[in-house]
Design a protein. Structure first.
Length: 276
């Protein structure tokens, strides 16, 4: 069995760990996790997923095949500096960092490494991530099969060109947050229209799941599906008119463009700071 090391133990690492374990890809014994200094978080992961936790890099990297980089982009230089003596040519590095290029990671590691740059999302927790993958030419066919297996275990996985990853980050990496934002608004409205919180939440969740499943299964485009709900002179039309008055559709487009631009900016700032 393979051994996987996680450098960084935040939301994204936990989503991947949880997804891989729940879907029986690997057991906790074969997943080793470290973070910067939050021992309490490591203890929680150990208790919940039975993973191995350590600050001893020697044990972390012993016979490790796959290394996940799962810290924030601002922390990657320090983190890679700390681990680079342990990184070996036959290890596969998988970075989930927004904006940071494969070349930048290789420059930091000062070693020719097999690197995958991935952009999953936190729905990996429930096996529903939309993950995009880019690789460098040192990733072997066997390693690629393994990467595909990991990301397919936690959802959908598609290979893209590296220059498309900023857009994927803006669209689906950050995407769950846009949906939660909508859910929050729906929950707030429920209070004002006189529905009990617990009951409203069930209706909201089922509405989101149902609409997502319709988008997936129906041959109709999203625009037609929306029109099918909207009776002339009816309730939906009245509600959507308010969204249009607030230019909500344009706001969502601007939101995704801004998130994409921020991913590019994170990469550029990183390169500037590293003089890559
Ligand atoms: N949260 C999300 O929805 C997604 C996040 N990502 C990417 O995943 C990465 C992590 O994001 P989150 O999990 O949200 O962040 P987080 O802030 O929840 O976790 C970051 C982790 O990195 C650790 N860390 C920081 N410096 C370190 C060091 N020197 N050595 C070892 N560990 C170190 C921290 O202790 C913490 O455990 C980011 O680069 C982000 O762009 C990608 C897709 C989705
Ligand atoms: O907000 C962020 O920067 C990360 C990347 C995609 C989702 N979360």
């Amino acid at each position: 069995m393979k051994k996987i090391a996680f450098i960084g133990a935040g939301s994204m690492a936990e989503a991947l760990i949880s997804g891989m374990i729940k879907n029986n890809l690997i057991d906790g014994d074969h997943i080793w996790v470290t973070n910067k200094c939050n021992h309490e978080k490591l203890n929680q992961l150990q208790a919940q997923y039975h993973v191995q936790i350590t600050y001893d890099l020697q044990s972390l990297f012993k016979e490790t095949n796959i290394v996940f980089l799962a810290m924030k982009p601002k922390d990657v230089a320090e983190a890679v500096h700390k681990i680079k003596a342990y990184l070996k040519k036959d290890m596969l590095i998988i970075s989930v960092l927004a904006g940071v290029s494969i070349n930048s990671i290789e420059s930091l590691a000062e070693e020719e490494l097999a690197i995958v740059r991935a952009m999953p999302n936190t729905s990996a927790t429930v096996g529903r991530s939309a993950s995009a993958l880019s690789i460098n030419n040192r990733v072997t066919a066997e390693q690629m099969k393994l990467v595909q297996q990991i990301f397919e275990t936690v959802g959908l996985a598609t290979t893209v060109r590296e220059d498309q990853l900023d857009a994927v980050t803006g669209l689906s990496g950050s995407g769950p947050a846009y949906i939660y934002y909508l859910a929050e608004a729906m929950e707030k409205s429920a209070e004002e229209i006189g529905l009990e919180k617990g009951m409203a939440k069930k209706f909201i969740i089922q509405t989101l799941i149902g609409a997502a499943e319709m988008l997936d299964k129906s041959p109709k485009e999203s625009e037609q599906l929306r029109k099918d709900v909207t009776s002339p002179g009816g309730t939906t039309e009245a509600g959507l008119k308010v969204l249009d008055e607030h230019a909500v559709q344009q706001a969502v487009i601007d939101c995704i463009k801004e998130a994409t631009a921020q991913s590019k900016k994170l990469g550029l700032n990183f390169n500037k700071s590293m003089k890559v």
